[in-house]
Design a protein around this ligand. Structure first.
Ligand code: IDP
Ligand code: MG
Length: 138
């Protein structure tokens, strides 16, 4: 069964949207198989966002993701990687469709890094790598 790594980012936790995000995952029919609230340090975030190292938003992204608690979730189901990305909506919350997490719950805050409530793995390879970073015990 396919699995994906989902993060409720610090903006989502600060705005009390953890329950809302979990509710959308569960309502869609995916199973939550692991869940924890944690603070991510730079080392972990640099590994998680390795593909973005060197990009102009990399430092602001790491700083933002380390700015407060996050909630890490492993969700499971057929095609959950693609399915959660659809639930999340596109990266830019201004362009994300209404009905999606980012489209409904986030907007452009004028910050160096886009604050968009959630992360979701984008491929089978990324999900395996990312789940191992956040849940090495799984
Ligand atoms: P994704 O989260 O939709 O997969 P990625 O391209 O993997 O988007 O980027 C990771 C995160 O970095 C985004 O969710 C967003 O927070 C931030 N980000 C991506 N592109 C930009 C950008 O062009 N400017 C500012 N922040 C960005
Ligand atoms: Mg991504």
């Amino acid at each position: 069964m396919e699995r994906t790594l989902i993060l409720v980012k610090p903006d989502g936790v600060k705005r009390n949207l953890v329950g809302e995000v979990l509710s959308r995952i569960e309502s869609k029919g995916y199973a939550i198989v692991a869940l924890k609230m944690m603070s991510a340090d730079r080392e972990l975030l640099t590994r998680h966002y390795a593909e973005h190292e060197g990009k102009p938003f990399f430092e602001p992204l790491v700083e933002f993701m380390a700015s407060g608690p996050i909630v890490a979730v492993v969700a499971e189901g057929n095609r959950v990687i693609e399915g959660f990305r659809k639930l999340a909506g596109v990266t830019d919350p201004t362009l994300a469709e209404p009905g999606t997490i980012r489209g409904d719950l986030a907007r452009d805050q004028g910050t160096k890094v886009v604050q968009n409530i959630v992360h979701g793995s984008d491929s089978v390879e990324s999900s395996a790598r990312e789940i191992n970073i956040f849940f090495p015990e799984l």
